[in-house]
Design a protein around this ligand. Structure first.
Ligand code: GAP
Length: 491
């Protein structure tokens, strides 16, 4: 498994992710997506939106505002409950989540070894003196304060006056924008249960211990679905909410596998009763084997009718659905598949990373699914001294770029250009050479063909320039390299 340090370094070197405000020393909890990172992120979001919103007849989309009425957060429970217990070191002033201290390695100055400094694994005792951690895990010297509740929402003021009446919050989840629009969508789109609303957008949490690169940050993006079901219905003999919960768990796992995540690196984690959020009947997390170990990639919760009832109570507006069959108003139950875009990106990146040996040399390759790869095609001239080759390569790139992400590169010899594209996961390189354009001095006619090189097998085929768009389209659309080479060979 690739280390986080290797990924961080690759991401910076190749323009995927940079530390935010780096020239000012950086902010540890925010990251900027560079030219390739933004392409990868957009492709992940586009695939999710297409598969879960556009393709499904039971789904619609929404883009709610980040700033909402402050009562939303009172009704949702975030003002009163969205808090972590926090302790501070009285010596070094570092702050920790009290509930994560047992999972943190700790620094210890051992009295049995003349005060030698050791870093001891989480939850373990010192093997020399037998002591367990009581002091600050970072400096090993300071006492910790008793736990205090710390609300994770970013507070701000709406309008020019900073007074209590204008307090609002940056949303800590996109979900509430969906709940408060439930009736708007129901009425305007004439939906019948079950149906879902999907949304992608930024969320903000003043995390006490952000870290592990883009895994836990203070500003991040979510891809969330609230799927409304009739709690009085049964599907295949089971309560509708329980049936749909299982369906969404299966669909979520299948989605990550479809875009190339190795099945062995995914697993489900069922929340125990004491782990469940106050609103949840059942929650299952999809965990990924990140470089930091198995951790949450997304959660799929059964939020019951909690949120709609809370918003109805606080707003005074009925948030119900009229069940024609039973002639009654019901408050739908909600199944919520909620994924982090940044965590998904980290998982796709870690999963794609390979170091291989090719003819005695190390090759780093990101084996991204072709639909997610930041660059779909790189067009490379074999000789940059030949104007006609360069012109043709530019023209091919311009043509491909009408429909997909394509770049032109002539800044190195061809072998090195291939390696550079492998390292950022470009599935196909197209090379223009002398045969493509011909050589009048030698009396050689142009054959109009270009070479396509496959990232994973490193095999190459020559195709007519006029068929390039079609062939690349087939490859990116899911046709295998073997199928396409066979078809090209037959034609
Ligand atoms: N609406 C439900 C909800 O927000 P959550 O488990 O708190 O549930 C859902 O968040 C997903 O959002 C997580 O599984 C994770 O992928 C992502 N996420 C949450 N907090 C994050 C953070 N601080 N940094 C990056 N991603 C985060």
């Amino acid at each position: 498994m690739v280390t986080m340090d290797t990924l961080v370094s690759l991401c910076k070197r190749r323009g995927f992710v940079f530390q935010s405000s780096e020239i000012y020393g950086g902010t540890g909890s925010c990251w900027d997506y560079g030219p390739l990172g933004v392409e990868l992120k957009n492709k992940i979001k586009r695939a999710w939106w297409r598969d879960f919103v556009q393709r499904r007849p039971d789904m619609v989309g929404l883009d709610a505002s980040i700033l909402m009425h402050s009562m939303v957060w009172k009704a949702s429970g975030h003002v009163d409950h969205f808090a972590d217990p926090m302790v501070d070191c009285r010596e070094c002033r570092h702050r920790f989540r009290a509930d994560q201290l047992a999972e943190t390695p700790w620094v210890h100055y051992c009295p049995a070894t003349k005060g030698n400094k050791f870093t001891i694994p989480p939850g373990e005792a010192c093997t020399h003196c037998g002591a367990s951690r009581t002091l600050c895990p970072d400096c090993g010297k300071g006492e910790l304060t008793p736990p205090r509740q710390f609300n994770l929402m970013f507070k701000t003021f709406m309008g020019p006056v900073e007074e209590d009446a204008s307090v609002t919050y940056l949303r800590p989840e996109t979900a509430q924008g969906i709940f408060v629009n439930f009736d708007n969508v129901l009425q305007s789109m004439r939906r019948k249960l079950p149906f879902g609303i999907g949304q992608i957008g930024k969320a903000f949490r003043n995390e006490i211990t952000p870290g592990n690169f883009i895994f836990r940050t203070r500003e991040f993006e979510q891809m969330e679905i609230e799927y409304f079901v009739n709690p009085h219905e049964t599907v295949e003999g089971r309560p509708a909410d329980e049936y749909w919960h299982d369906r969404w768990i299966e669909d979520s796992l299948a989605w990550f596998r479809r875009y190339g995540i190795q099945p062995d690196n995914l697993r489900l984690h069922e929340h125990d009763r004491d782990e469940l959020a106050h609103y949840a009947k059942r929650t299952a997390d999809v965990q990924y084997r990140f470089p930091i170990g198995w951790s949450e990639l997304m959660g799929i919760a059964n939020r019951t009718d909690f949120d709609l009832k809370q918003h109805a109570k606080f707003s005074g507006k009925a948030l119900t659905y009229f069940d024609e069959e039973r002639k009654e108003h019901v408050v739908p139950y909600v199944i919520e598949p909620s994924a982090g875009v940044d965590r998904a990106l980290l998982a796709f990146l870690a999963d794609a990373y390979r170091e291989e040996e090719v003819r005695g040399e190390k090759r780093v390759v990101l084996r991204f699914h072709p639909e997610l790869a930041p660059l779909s095609v790189a067009v490379l001239p074999l000789l940059k001294k030949r104007d006609d080759i360069v012109r043709t390569a530019h023209a091919i790139r311009d043509d491909l770029a009408r429909h997909l992400t394509a770049v032109y590169d002539d800044t190195a010899a061809i072998g090195r250009l291939y390696r550079r594209q492998d390292e950022v996961g470009t599935p196909y390189c197209v090379t223009v050479d002398v045969q493509t354009v011909g050589d009048t001095d030698k009396g050689e006619a142009a054959d109009g063909k270009v070479t396509i090189r496959d990232r994973d097998s490193m095999e190459q085929i020559r195709v007519e320039g006029s068929r390039l768009g079609q062939v690349i389209g087939d490859l990116l659309g899911g046709a295998s390299w073997a199928e396409v080479t066979a078809a090209v060979g037959r034609s």
